[in-house]
Design a protein around this ligand. Structure first.
Ligand SMILES: *Cc1c(COP(=O)(O)O)cnc(C)c1O
Length: 404
């Protein structure tokens, strides 16, 4: 069992007043707060270890390099990757997707197809649009059903020998839908295509085993899993990353440079040009240890309890409409209340010290599907409590009276 108050005590940012009220933070799907161990790791790095990685023979450079590479090993273990060279550090999930999409610009030709879905975050839409524009490939879209599930029948009909890549979110950041990724991966492979999964919402809440999934590329962000901003991961199968063209170029990613021709470094360095976010990567290990120590299945259970409780309590609000009622859902709930614009609700709740997210959640095609401009979203993390949900619902009812 998880002791909520003990965990909460480890997050300094949660212990402050906002507009004179105790902060209640329900915007975890956008970014989670950071525990003291992560803050200490950032500070310790700059106090004692700071040097550039992979370059110097001197003491500090070795120390910084060892710590940087230790995080790579932690990530490898966290997602059960076969090789540590299959873990590429990026700026975030967005950057990871761009890395792959950039490579596919020169892999794809006219007549090839990429499949994404209607429920993607803009990060998993726009890079593919640009990739298709440049390569001449065509972008196909899996539609959504009204409950927030993907239309799997439509997906199977879209797959063909023209399909080269399928890029799908594991968990929707707007609806909470958990997509049947095992099935999607199997069908994609059966059609002879490769698959990228956007795991930005899944990595903090579910155990991801990239070997068991047999996924080709898997992307996520440290900042949504109690880690620092500006750090992301691209997992890719070794044989695929070996042939994928480099992304950014410069120092660190080369083997030999002459002014006529350059040869590239081996994995993973081929995709890590320039000086990376060393402090962030080093501190990310502390975030992974934090999750592993608690047990990701315990985290998922706690958040699932909160989700069920929130849905039950929100259902008592008159004129509430839930957006997304997928059969399998993760720790967030999106809703609208008739006569109450989500933006106004967000502003009023903020005045009461409560942070929720309002708007289109970087997923405008979903809003288009439901013919709405946005939703209010509560998303949960390990430090949230049922009392906070009660306070939030009381606040929503107050807002309803004030604006009604
Ligand atoms: C947040 C998010 C992203 C983008 O992550 P960044 O950390 O902003 O790069 C991509 N996809 C999903 C589903 C997300 O929730």
């Amino acid at each position: 069992m998880i002791d909520g108050s003990k965990i909460r005590a480890q997050f300094p940012a949660l212990h402050q007043k906002v507009n004179g009220k105790d902060l209640i933070y329900f915007d975890n799907a956008a970014s989670s707060q950071k525990p003291q161990v992560v803050l200490d790791a950032i500070s310790n790095y700059y106090h004692y270890d700071n040097a550039n990685v992979h370059r110097g023979v001197h003491y500090l450079s070795q120390k910084a390099t060892d710590k940087f590479e230790n995080t790579r090993k932690s990530v490898q273990a966290f997602i059960n990757a076969k090789n540590s060279c299959e873990i590429i550090f990026t700026k975030g999930a967005t950057d990871s997707i761009n890395l792959v999409a950039n490579g596919y610009r020169s892999i794809l030709n006219k007549g090839d197809e990429i499949i994404i879905s209607q429920m993607e975050h803009h990060s998993n839409i726009v890079p593919w649009q640009i990739c298709c524009e440049i390569s001449g490939a065509e972008l196909k879209i899996i539609p959504m059903l009204d409950d927030g599930d993907l239309d799997m029948e439509a997906f199977e009909n879209l797959l063909s020998e023209k399909t080269k890549l399928v890029a799908i979110t594991h968990i929707s950041n707007s609806l909470g839908t958990i997509n049947p990724v095992e099935k999607i991966i199997n069908k994609t492979h059966a059609a002879g295509a490769k698959i990228l999964i956007d795991g930005a919402q899944a990595a903090p809440h579910t155990f991801v085993d990239v070997q068991a999934l047999d996924v080709d590329y898997y992307c996520f962000s440290a900042q949504k899993m109690y880690g620092p901003t500006g750090v992301g991961v691209l997992y890719g199968k070794k044989n695929l990353l070996t042939t994928l063209p480099p992304y950014q170029s410069g120092g660190e990613m080369i083997k030999e440079v002459s002014l006529k021709k350059t040869t590239y470094a081996d994995l993973p360095h081929k995709f890590e040009a320039g000086t990376p976010n060393i402090a962030g990567v080093v501190a990310f290990k502390s975030a992974l240890d934090f999750i592993t120590d608690l047990g990701i299945e315990n985290i998922a259970k706690h958040e699932d309890d909160l989700l069920k409780y929130a849905i039950e309590k929100l259902s008592e609000i008159s004129d509430i409409q839930f957006i997304g009622k997928a059969k399998k859902r993760a720790a967030l709930v999106s809703f609208n209340i008739e006569g109450l614009h989500p933006y106004d609700m967000g502003v009023l709740l903020d005045k009461m010290g409560i942070a929720i997210r309002t708007g289109h959640h970087c997923a405008q095609p979903i809003m288009e599907h439901y013919k709405i401009s946005g939703t209010a979203r509560m998303s949960f993390a390990i430090y949230n409590t049922k009392q906070e949900i009660d306070s939030c619902i009381t606040a929503i009812k107050k807002a309803q009276i004030m604006l009604g």
